[in-house]
Design a protein around this ligand. Structure first.
Ligand code: C2O
Ligand code: CU
Ligand code: CU
Length: 508
């Protein structure tokens, strides 16, 4: 456990010399270091710009997500187009910020479809980098998964086409997946929500609110800077957590609602509380039974559904993210840093005595997966190579994130499995930081979670595609891959994924 800390103390020495100045722009420094003190002594009329002094307007009513239009007249066919391009937007009043986005929207448009629908989306890449659209959490044929092997080059396009299996209703999302560029494209604005609805849904009478959380880091010129060395190591976090692209908006809830929450941040853990919520769904749809919760830990990539039912009186609440320690290092002396509390949104609950709502006791039935045909181990590891710590083409050379001791290789199959087999995977975190595990193409059931000698059976059945694994923890999960092909599995801190914390599971 001390290995990384030892290496990091060496790294902190390097900070004061040349290491962090390779990128040499103010970009690298802003947000992660307090530069304020350096400017105060200056006597010029114009104060130096300071990224920490930027402010975004708050308190605006939350906007609904803009829906991707369906251009098909045929029942059961959802047909549309998504263009990825750069665009100028005004986050800071009076300043233009360049973003990269889908259909000109930050976050991307909401894809709202039904189980059984065939989805046909033309993707046009107008960026200067290769890209893909990956349909996070959906079970699609491997050729349509938008994985790093299937790049859409700049100026090119392709059509993604898949049919949503019956039983797959849930809360999903889409984002780019070109190896080495996923993190950058995502933090510049490319991510959008998907809702797959069931024709029969016990909660369908409830109106919905949707919250896509994303992280915005701006430099002093209100531009989105490239990743710094610390961003690569810890995963990037910005000064501003946005909800549907807005900073600390407001929402009034005057009757029972179903909320869907997406953590579309590159690396930020959301430890949500402040509004009374009942958990009713995870990544892959509804739970069997509703679960009372006080706080909600939403790791990067995860989604949940909750029900919020105002009672009796009017109550002003603040939806916020509580401090959480995920083992990241701070810039100041490379000490472990704990996230501070942040405000996400003001929520006013307006309850009327005559409006009562009782959640059904059973939401749907989930069958536990049977005993596995095969068991595998996936170990997350980190290694810092101090003699080789520099930035080359915006990527750090000496920072390694491994699965089972290996960095991702597009030409290596890490595991081969058989179609229809029940797989049990033990995800072991042998590093000093939390890492959220994600696998493509299917949903899994967590069986138990172990720390030291203590194994805790999972308290309820749920379908997930992303699960957090803490340092020293083992998470056991089971799944079946419904489709043949190569399926990625990786840490969903996108910086770690880009640096190699990813493998390939081939199903034949
Ligand atoms: Cu959000 Cu490889 O995925
Ligand atoms: Cu995915
Ligand atoms: Cu990670």
């Amino acid at each position: 456990m001390n290995r990384r800390h030892f290496l990091l103390s060496q790294l902190s020495l390097a900070v004061s010399t040349s290491l962090f100045y390779r990128q040499s722009t103010a970009d690298t420094m802003s947000g992660s270091m307090d530069m304020g003190g350096m400017h105060h002594g200056m006597k010029s009329g114009m104060p130096m710009p300071d990224a920490n002094a930027l402010s975004l307007p708050t308190g605006q009513p939350l906007s609904a997500l803009w829906k991707l239009p369906n251009t098909s007249k045929k029942a059961g066919l959802f047909k549309s187009r998504i263009i990825a391009a750069s665009k100028m937007v005004e986050f800071v009043p009076g300043k233009q910020t360049e973003v990269w986005c889908y259909e000109g929207q930050v976050p991307g448009p909401l894809i709202d479809v039904f189980e059984g629908d065939t989805v046909e989306i033309e993707f046009i890449n107008r960026l200067q980098q290769p890209s893909t659209i990956h349909w996070h959490g959906l079970s699609v044929p491997a050729t349509e998964d938008g994985d790093p092997a299937d790049l859409v080059l700049p100026g090119k396009s392709r059509i993604y086409r898949f049919t949503l299996p019956v039983g797959s209703a849930g809360t999903y999302w889409y984002h780019p997946h070109p190896h080495h560029f996923t993190a950058e494209q995502a933090f510049r604005g490319m991510a959008g929500a998907i809702i797959v609805r069931a024709k029969e849904d016990v909660l369908s009478s409830l109106p919905e609110n949707h919250f896509v959380f994303s992280d915005l880091k701006l430099n002093a010129n209100a531009q989105i800077p490239p990743n710094s060395m610390m961003d690569w190591m810890n995963g990037r976090e910005g000064q501003f957590v946005l909800v549907n692209g807005q900073y600390q908006p407001t929402l009034t809830v005057d009757k029972p609602h179903r909320w869907r929450l997406w953590n579309a941040c590159n690396a930020r853990y959301l430890h949500i509380t402040g509004v009374p919520m009942t958990l009713v769904g995870t990544d892959g749809g509804l739970l069997g039974t509703p679960q009372k919760i006080d706080t909600l830990l939403l790791a990067p990539g995860e989604r949940v559904e909750v029900v919020v039912a105002p009672v009796n009186h009017t109550e002003k609440c603040v939806l916020k993210s509580l401090p959480y320690s995920r083992g990241k290092m701070s810039m100041h002396g490379m000490k472990p840093s704990i996230d501070t509390e942040i405000k996400l949104m003001d929520v006013t609950l307006v309850g009327k005595a005559e409006v009562t709502y009782a959640l059904p006791n059973q939401l749907r039935s989930i069958t536990p997966l049977a005993a596995p045909n095969v068991t595998r181990q996936v170990m997350f590891m980190e290694q810092m190579d101090m003699d080789n710590m520099k930035m080359v083409d915006g990527h750090p050379t000496g920072m390694h994130f491994f699965i089972n001791g290996k960095e991702f290789d597009m030409n290596r199959i890490d595991f081969t499995g058989k179609l229809g087999d029940i797989e049990q995977w033990e995800i072991i975190n042998a590093s000093d930081m939390d890492h959220p595990f994600h696998i493509h193409g299917t949903q899994f059931q967590v069986i138990n979670r172990q720390i030291g000698m203590e194994t805790t059976p999972e308290p309820y059945l749920a379908w997930r595609d992303t699960v957090n694994v803490k340092p020293g923890q083992v998470v056991r999960l089971r799944f079946k891959q419904p489709n043949a092909g190569n399926w990625m599995f990786h840490c969903h801190i996108l910086e770690h994924e880009d640096l190699g914390m990813m493998g390939i599971f081939k199903v034949i």
